[in-house]
Design a protein around this ligand. Structure first.
Ligand code: FES
Ligand code: FES
Length: 159
């Protein structure tokens, strides 16, 4: 079945079994391996992508359900060779250790900052509540998201 998608700004049309998981279509057919599989059961958030503006677990979604959708994966965050402020802040704050959770964290954080440019720490915790991290203890991740929000506000003020 041909599925028409817009992925990270490009039209894509994978020809795949309709019940193939979106996660597998992204990783195996479209070679976007930034999206990770942790649990495969909707529990960890490693496979998060933004689907039509909402964060979803791509391990739970058969690709036939997303015909015509707009998808953003972690590969779509950097623009023109420049890291997204979130990626920069994760680097600077030590928000990534083993890195398995990082793409999903970045996606959840991107969706939050798209909705709310000034999130409180509580709002940040809520936004990443579906994303598990075994390494960082979360504090540096929350710091990084706060820092990214601040960086984005500063660049808006300069513009
Ligand atoms: S791999 Fe999808 S939620 Fe864990
Ligand atoms: S950095 Fe290892 S699971 Fe989060």
């Amino acid at each position: 079945m041909k599925i028409s998608l817009r992925v990270n700004g490009s039209a894509r049309e994978p020809d795949v079994p309709p019940m193939m998981r979106l996660l597998d279509v992204l990783r195996e057919e479209l070679r976007l391996t930034g999206t990770k599989e942790g649990c495969g059961e909707g529990e960890c958030g490693a496979c998060s992508v933004i689907l039509d503006g909402e964060v979803i677990n791509s391990c739970l979604v058969p690709v036939c359900q997303v015909q015509g959708s707009v998808i953003i994966t972690v590969e779509g965050l950097a623009r023109d060779g420049r890291l997204d402020p979130l990626q920069q802040a994760f680097l600077e704050c030590g928000g990534a250790q083993c890195g398995i959770c990082t793409p999903g964290m970045l996606i959840a954080a991107r969706a939050l900052l798209d909705e709310n440019a000034h999130p409180s720490r509580e709002a940040i915790k809520e936004a990443i509540a579906g994303n598990l991290c075994r390494c960082t203890g979360y504090v540096k991740i929350i710091d990084a998201i706060e820092q990214a929000a601040e960086m984005m506000q500063q660049s808006r003020r300069k513009a």
